[in-house]
Design a protein around this ligand. Structure first.
Ligand SMILES: [Zn+2]
Length: 304
């Protein structure tokens, strides 16, 4: 009996439903999101509509067919996390506005000075979407790797707060320290403003947020083929391991191809998530840019 068969053969919905979700949930959800954006690529409300719809679909699926039943959160915990995600997504929006105000002009001048006016606006929009996506993910890969490599960057970004959860679910995509949004929003802002991308940037944003939600979800999903380029929750949950060696892998939160290229890819089922044996309180998470929890095992300076 394979690992997949064991996990899918549990009480609850019929095995056929589990197999259908296993193979089709991620590709179908991504295709629907891209199709919705493509109908009207400049629609301002698309980003929020996609987040709400994706969270409802993944949240309901996690509740009915959880990969790890012990990771299921109560309705009260889900509501608390949802309020935090709304607040933190608002922070992300303001950071985006700030970056636009500060960076649009200098990066536009840089484009002119360095003759970077090379964006393929004539390409089909979908192809442009994937170009923005993989370029932004390339920058994020190195920023995220730096967060895990250097104590100063780990602290400044408050990235430990995102890793401190012992149980993961789709909502964890948005449970980051408020200061980390200055890091998270930066790669796509640089790509969009340096190359003058246009509508494809909005498509890449909804694709990326859907991927990040799936990557944290507590649902058993297939990794074959789709996991060559795009991350899956198995790979990303491995990055959330409470074991340092497992955590220092799979830095791509939406794409996995850069981990494969730069040698940090790991395909492993982990036993335990979090920064250490216990989950810090909300306050301890908030002060992580100043102080790591006593029992942290995955901070860059842990054990030293
Ligand atoms: Zn990380």
């Amino acid at each position: 009996m394979t690992h997949e068969t064991k996990l899918l053969d549990q009480p609850g919905p019929p095995t056929t439903v589990r197999w259908m979700l296993f193979y089709s949930l991620q590709p179908i959800l991504l295709a629907l999101v891209v199709a919705y954006w493509y109908v009207d690529p400049g629609r301002p409300e698309t980003y929020v509509v996609v987040i709400v719809a994706v969270q409802l679909i993944l949240g309901l699926t996690e509740h009915i067919v959880p990969a790890r039943p012990s990771w299921n959160t109560t309705l009260t915990e889900k509501a608390g996390n949802a309020v935090l995600v709304v607040l933190l997504t608002t922070v992300a929006g303001y950071v985006g506005v700030l970056y636009y105000a500060v960076l649009a002009e200098p990066l536009s001048e840089l484009r002119a000075a360095l003759h970077l006016d090379v964006w393929p606006h004539e390409w089909p929009l979908i192809a442009q979407l994937f170009l923005v996506f993989f370029l932004s993910e390339f920058l994020w890969y190195w920023m995220h790797r730096a967060e895990h490599r250097w104590s100063l960057v780990w602290r400044l970004s408050g990235h430990g707060a995102h890793h401190s959860f012992k149980r993961l679910g789709a909502l964890n995509f948005g449970l980051n320290h408020p200061v980390e949004y200055f890091f998270i929003v930066l790669p796509s802002a640089i790509v969009e403003l340096t190359f003058g991308v246009g509508y494809a940037a909005a498509g890449a944003a909804v694709f990326s947020v859907t991927q990040a939600s799936i990557a944290h979800s507590n649902i058993h999903l297939n990794t074959r083929w789709i996991g060559l380029l795009f991350t899956t929750n198995k790979y990303h949950i491995c990055h959330h391991s409470a074991v340092l060696e497992e955590s220092n892998t799979n830095y791509g939160c939406s794409a996995i191809v850069w981990d494969r290229v730069f040698g940090t890819f790991l395909d492993k089922h982990i036993d335990e998530a979090g920064t250490g044996p216990t989950e810090p309180s909300l306050w301890e998470k908030f002060i992580m840019p100043i102080k790591d929890p006593e029992d942290t095992a995955i901070a860059p300076n842990a054990g030293s």
